[in-house]
Design a protein around this ligand. Sequence first.
Ligand code: ADP
Length: 395
Amino acid sequence: MGEVNLEHVSKRYQDVTAVDDMNLSIRDGEFVTLVGPSGCGKSTTLETVAGLTTPTEGTITIADREVTNLPPKDRGIAMVFQNIALFPHMDVYDNISFGLRLRDYDKNEIDRRVERAAEIVQLEGMMERMPDELSGGQRQRVAIARAIVREPDVFLMDEPLANLDAKLRVHMRTELQRLHKELDATIVYVTHDQAEAMTMSDRIAVINQGELQQFAPPLECYNEPTNLFVAGFIGSPSMNFVRGTVDSNGLETPDYHVEFDPGQLDGVAVGDEVTLGVRPEDVYLVQDADNVANPTQQISARTDVLEPMGDEIFVYILTGEGETAGMEAESDDTHQLLMSVNPDKDIDVDEEVDVVLDRERVHLFNTQTGEAIAHGLEFAPVEAETTGTEAEGDD
Ligand code: ADP
């Protein structure tokens, strides 16, 4: 059984807190990815599980056994690293079986395990090849097979695809998913690449500056990011963020107003500084918004830069003052929205456009703390005839 538990794990080096009070409860058979920008503490977290680093505080259990101070070899884990270190003078069979031979496993048992591992990573028929006769992807498969033959409770993988070219990386992503299904093993995987995290994992742990931000299935992180960091990190291209102030019937941004009833939302009051978040695919040209059940009011804008991707066009639009301010607006995201448009759209730069946001896909965050306030604004304000005077007289 391969449950992994980190309880209040911290790792400090002199003046750096690499891991800060990390709590993670990873289920048996789960594929969990630790993801975050470079230097956020992913590798250090994994190393505490592997036994390559001793945490300053906290405890780690693997398969119900506390392993915090055990050496790596006694933890029931196998690691696969970014740098594939194969023995150059040994063929594939010897590279895969090296660890087992070192531990004096029976020859038949070694053969059985190597054969099964080779089948899983599709290296059959290549047992006699030398490492320099293998492609990068094949070498990485040898490294994975070497981990498989140890039959560990838990696989720990630190950026194992980082050195492969882009096409092979995408291919290996599907291979790793297949491998996970076949092995039925727990995999803890480290990457800075949010696309890798999104596509392979059962759950992802988003980390920033040593602290866990959100631990949830990929789509939950995408659709209900717990704070501004997760919202900005997960998803490519990134979510648009626009700052504004809550008023009695919505959010006033410098260029437009987004209506909702603040009374219906917990954790926001009139006057609060709030950041609106909306993903590029949730911004629509008015003429394309027929299927949007609950659009915001129209926002006038001007197209600035187009990025045709083949299957979609990314269109940067400038709103409000930005429409005419040109270059000035580029430094301030508040006047810019990135939208995704159908590739057959006849759209040009410097064109006047009206857009709407899908109100049900708009996120609100507390600008100061970054914490999410709402995902989706289904509460449109009630049509009020006398809002002005009533609001003023309110005590
Ligand atoms: P990531 O894997 O997310 O890129 P790391 O876990 O490697 O991040 O590092 C987290 C932080 O801890 C970084 O600021 C890094 O410089 C620091 N760090 C890692 N290892 C050491 C070490 N042995 N000594 C001092 N600082 C370290």
